[in-house]
Write a protein that binds this ligand. Structure first.
Ligand SMILES: [Zn+2]
Length: 179
């Protein structure tokens, strides 16, 4: 290689889209960057309209590439989501996070749960229609009857039989956000 004077943008210009993001394509910055999504997003597209847009976008000049994340990326994504107790992620969301971890791309999404998991995993995200979360949310899971704490995934308390509820543990939000 010779000339180092060539000006290439630093860092990846990749963006990975979740399926609602395809309805907000007009809000994206100019598409000189490559767009990526996953097969899981395509098959889990939330509405027929989104599905059509996904297909259109994929076929319009090859600007959207569909790539599947590998096992390693999926495992890393799973660990990041588990660490903060983020249980509201679909298989498509997890695939987007996994692909972002593998490619260094940012994620284009308005889904707060996915944004939250991105933050926990150290993945950048771009909100489209909404403003985006200001700080990472952590969750705790506790019985609404006796208050016993559980790890994520438990629906019913094994002490008293009451439902286990997810609560947001605030990190550093707002000026005086004590419970
Ligand atoms: Zn209980």
């Amino acid at each position: 290689m010779g000339a180092s004077s060539e000006s290439k943008p630093a860092g990846p210009a990749l963006l990975i889209l979740d399926s609602p993001a395809f309805l907000q394509l007009h809000r994206l910055p100019p598409l000189e960057r490559e767009l990526l999504t996953t097969p899981q997003v395509v098959s889990e597209a939330v509405s027929a309209e989104a599905r059509i847009r996904v297909a259109q976008a994929a076929w319009a000049g090859g600007k959207v590439r569909i790539a599947a994340p590998g096992k390693v990326g999926l495992a890393r994504a799973g660990r990041a989501a588990a660490r903060i107790g983020e249980t509201k992620l679909s298989a498509a969301d997890m695939s987007v996070l996994a692909l972002a971890l593998e490619t260094g791309a940012r994620v284009a999404t308005d889904d707060y749960a996915l944004q939250n998991a991105c933050r926990a995993a150290g993945v950048g995200f771009v909100p489209l229609a909404q403003k985006g979360i200001a700080s990472e949310r952590k969750y705790s899971f506790a019985c609404i009857g006796c208050g016993k704490a559980f790890p994520p995934g438990k629906a019913v308390c094994d002490e008293c039989g009451n439902p286990v509820e997810r609560r947001i543990l605030r990190g550093k939000v707002g000026p005086s956000g004590g419970p």
